[in-house]
Design a protein around this ligand. Structure first.
Ligand code: SF4
Ligand code: SF4
Ligand code: SF4
Length: 613
C-alpha cells in the first residue's frame, strides 16, 4: 500500500503556522533591532557561551515543567505542565515516530501532527513487533491522555479556582477567549480523529484503539473520521492565528525572555524593548491577583495581569497606572519574574510634561567631613523619634558622624520617580550626590528603606550604603552598644522596600532577637503585606488605605505580640494609627534596650521617649 503524504485538510494548519512564524519573526527582529548596542553586544557574547545552556535548562524547568507553579500549588503546576510539557512531548515523539515510518530525515511540518491519518492501520514498525510492541502508539496515547487531563483541570479551575491555590481567575479578552476555545478543542478533536480512524482501520494505541472499537459499535466512524481531521486542523489554525494577539503569545516570548535574561540583558530605567518582551511574556496566570493588597480591598484593575494588558494594547489608563502601592509583592509571586514596579514607573512618565525644573532654591548646607554620614529622609523628619534615636545611638557608640539632612530640606528623589518625573529626579540626585561626596564619608546610613534603595541603585556613590537596621546590628556585633534583653514579645513588620525591595530580611530579625522575643506574624518576609501607607499610590482613597492597613495588622497580631516593630518611618506612622498595641521603629527599641547603668546619653538629653523596656 502506497503511503499518503498529503491531504487538503492540512492546509488550515499549514497556512496558519506559516503566518504565525512570519508574525513572530517580524515582532522579534523589531525588538532585537531596537536593543542598545550594549545589549546587542551581550547577546553576541552570550549566544555561544555556557549561558545559553543555563537558559535551556531554565526553559525546561520553568517554561515546560512549570517548577514555580508547582511550588505554589501542585494542581496548578500539573495543569500548566501537562499543556506545555505534554504538547512539547507530543511534537517531539510524533516527529521521531513519523521519521521512522517515512524513513526520511525531514517531513513536512504537518506530517507528524496528522500521522495517524496518513499511517492509520495496524502496521507497526518491525522493531515494535520484536522488541517493544507498539511503543510509539502507546507513548503517543499516553501523552495525549496527559494533555487531556490538563484540559479537565483547566475546566475545573474556572469553577473551583481555590483548589488551585487561587482565590480568583482572570478576565479574558476576545482574542483570549477565541484562542482558549480553540486550544481546549484541539486535543479532544485529536483524540476523536485518531479514535474514529482507529475504529475504522483497527490501528491506534491503548486509548484510541479501545475508544475506536467502542465508537464503531454505535457510530458511523468511517464517515466521521475525515471531517474530524478537518476540524482538528482548523482548530490548530485558529489557535496559531490568534496566538500573537492573545495571552498565549507568552509561550514563545517567555523562551526569548529567558535567553535574554541569561545573557545579562535586563530592563533598564525607563521603558525598553526588554520591558516590552516582559509584557508579552505574561501568561495572565492570575497569580498576582492574590498577591495584590489593592485588589484585595478594591477588586479593580491594579494587579499586573490587567495593567500589563493595558500596556500591551497601548491603552494605558492614568487611574490604573497610579493605583498601585509599588509594594512589589506581585513581583515576588510572579512565576515569570516580571518587573512590575519598573514598568509601572516608566509608564507614569507618559502622563507628565517632563519640564526640566530646577532645585537651585535648595540651601547648600555646610558639609562637615566624617567617616559616617547619616541621611534621615523626609519621612523620618516627620517621625522625629526615629531620627533622635539614631543620633542617640551614634553618640552612645562614639561614632563621628555627619547628619546630612539635619535641616530636613532634601529628599532622595524617589517621590519624583514614582510620579514619573525622571528628569527632575535626576537633577535632585545630582544635588544630593555632591552633598554626599563632599562629606568624604565611607558609610552612608539611612533610616528610610526607600532612600536606602535609591542611594544604592540610582546614585552611583561607590561607598557603602546601609539601612539603619544593618548599621545598628554592626554596632552591636562590634561591641559598641551594650543592650539588655527583655522577655517582651515582638513581631516584626517587613517594610516593602527593605524586604522585597532590597532583600534585607535577616538583619532586623537578628537584631530584635538580641533585644526581645521575636515571634512570627502570619505573612512574613516576601509574603508580608504592605502597611497601606505607600506614597506610590495616588489614586487610592484613605478608606481603602485603612482597609489594607487592617489586613497588615491582622496578620501581625495573629500570635498576640506586645509590640509591633518595623524599620521604616512611613510604616511606623501608618501602623501606629488605630493600633491597640505599641508600634516602634527598630532604632527606638535599640535605644530602649541600652543598658541603664550607662552615663546619660544624648537621647536622654533630647528627651525622646524610648520604647519602655
Ligand atoms: S504578571 Fe506574573 S503573576 Fe501576574 S498574571 Fe502575569 S505572569 Fe502571572
Ligand atoms: S506592587 Fe503591590 S499594589 Fe502594586 S500591583 Fe503589585 S501587589 Fe498590587
Ligand atoms: S524616600 Fe520617602 S521618606 Fe525617604 S527621603 Fe524620599 S520621600 Fe522622604
Amino acid at each position: 500500500m502506497k503511503d499518503l503524504t498529503f491531504d487538503f485538510f492540512v492546509v488550515p494548519f499549514a497556512l496558519a503556522l506559516i503566518a504565525l512564524l512570519g508574525i513572530l519573526a517580524v515582532k522579534y527582529s523589531g525588538w532585537i533591532r531596537g536593543f542598545s548596542s550594549e545589549d546587542k553586544n551581550l547577546m553576541r557574547k552570550g549566544i555561544f557561551s555556557v549561558k545559553s545552556l543555563y537558559a535551556l535548562k531554565e526553559v525546561f524547568t520553568e517554561s515546560l515543567l512549570h517548577r514555580k507553579m508547582f511550588k505554589r500549588n501542585i494542581l496548578l503546576g500539573y495543569m500548566h505542565m501537562s499543556f506545555a510539557f505534554g504538547w512539547f512531548l507530543l511534537i517531539l515523539t510524533g516527529n521521531i515516530e513519523s521519521r521512522i515510518y517515512s524513513r526520511v530525515h525531514i517531513n513536512p511540518p504537518y506530517y507528524p501532527i496528522f500521522l495517524k491519518y496518513f499511517v492509520h492501520d495496524k502496521r507497526v514498525l518491525t522493531f515494535e513487533l520484536t522488541s517493544v510492541p507498539g511503543i510509539f502508539r502507546f507513548l503517543m496515547d499516553l501523552i495525549l491522555f496527559m494533555l487531556l487531563s490538563g484540559l479537565v483541570l483547566a475546566l475545573i479551575k474556572r469553577a473551583r479556582s481555590n483548589w488551585f491555590g487561587l482565590k480568583r481567575t482572570t478576565r479574558h479578552t476576545v482574542f483570549d477567549r477565541t484562542a482558549i476555545t480553540a486550544l481546549w478543542l484541539i486535543f479532544p478533536l485529536r483524540l476523536l480523529a485518531e479514535s474514529f480512524t482507529a475504529g475504522q482501520y483497527l490501528g491506534g494505541g491503548f486509548l484510541t484503539n479501545n475508544l475506536g472499537r467502542l465508537f464503531a459499535n454505535f457510530l458511523p466512524v468511517e464517515y466521521l473520521s475525515y471531517p474530524t481531521w478537518w476540524a482538528y486542523s482548523i482548530m490548530l489554525g485558529i489557535f496559531f492565528i490568534t496566538l500573537p494577539y492573545s495571552r498565549f503569545m507568552h509561550i514563545p516570548t517567555e523562551v526569548l525572555l529567558i535567553f535574554l535574561r541569561n545573557w545579562g540583558i535586563k530592563p533598564s530605567k525607563g521603558s525598553s524593548n526588554i520591558s516590552e518582551i516582559e509584557v508579552y511574556s505574561c501568561p495572565r496566570c492570575g497569580v498576582c491577583l492574590d498577591a495584590c493588597p489593592v485588589y484585595a480591598v478594591k477588586q479593580n484593575s491594579t494587579p499586573p495581569v490587567y495593567f500589563l494588558q493595558t500596556v500591551r494594547n497601548n491603552k494605558i489608563k492614568e487611574n490604573v497606572t497610579f493605583d498601585c502601592l509599588l509594594c512589589g509583592k506581585c513581583q515576588e509571586y510572579c512565576p515569570i519574574g516580571i518587573h512590575n514596579n519598573a514598568l509601572r514607573i516608566s509608564q507614569r512618565a507618559a502622563f507628565f510634561n517632563n519640564s526640566n525644573g530646577s532645585f537651585d532654591y535648595l540651601p547648600q548646607p555646610l558639609i562637615r567631613k566624617a567617616d559616617v554620614a547619616y541621611f534621615a529622609g523626609c519621612m523620618s523628619h516627620l517621625t522625629p523619634s526615629i531620627k533622635k534615636s539614631m543620633l542617640s545611638v551614634f553618640t552612645k557608640a562614639g561614632i563621628d558622624y555627619n547628619f546630612l539632612d539635619a535641616d530636613g530640606s532634601i529628599c532622595c528623589g524617589r517621590p519624583l520617580i514614582m510620579a514619573g518625573k525622571e528628569k527632575q529626579a535626576r537633577l535632585l540626585r545630582e544635588h544630593n550626590r555632591n552633598l554626599i561626596i563632599g562629606s568624604s564619608c565611607k558609610v552612608l546610613v539611612t533610616s528610610c528603606p526607600i532612600c536606602n534603595k535609591v542611594f544604592k541603585e540610582d546614585y552611583n556613590l561607590n561607598i557603602e550604603v546601609l539601612h539603619h537596621t544593618q548599621y545598628l546590628l554592626r554596632l552591636v556585633e562590634e561591641g559598641k552598644l551594650n543592650m539588655v534583653k527583655s522577655a517582651r514579645k515582638v513581631v516584626y513588620h517587613d517594610p516593602c522596600e527593605l524586604g522585597r525591595g532590597s532583600g534585607i530580611y535577616e538583619e532586623p530579625r537578628i537584631l530584635i532577637s538580641k533585644i526581645a522575643e521575636l515571634i512570627p506574624g502570619a505573612n512574613e518576609r516576601t509574603d508580608s503585606i504592605c502597611c497601606g501607607g505607600s506614597l506610590g499610590n495616588t489614586e487610592i482613597s484613605s478608606g481603602k488605605r485603612h482597609e489594607i492597613k487592617n489586613l497588615a495588622i491582622e496578620s501581625l497580631l495573629i500570635n498576640q505580640p506586645e509590640i509591633i516593630v518595623t524599620a521604616c518611618p512611613l510604616c511606623k506612622k501608618t501602623l501606629q494609627n488605630d493600633t491597640e498595641i505599641q508600634v516602634a521603629d527598630i532604632s527606638e527599641i535599640v535605644v530602649g534596650a541600652l543598658a541603664k547603668n550607662e552615663p546619660a546619653t544624648t537621647h536622654q538629653k533630647m528627651e525622646i521617649n524610648p520604647v519602655l523596656w
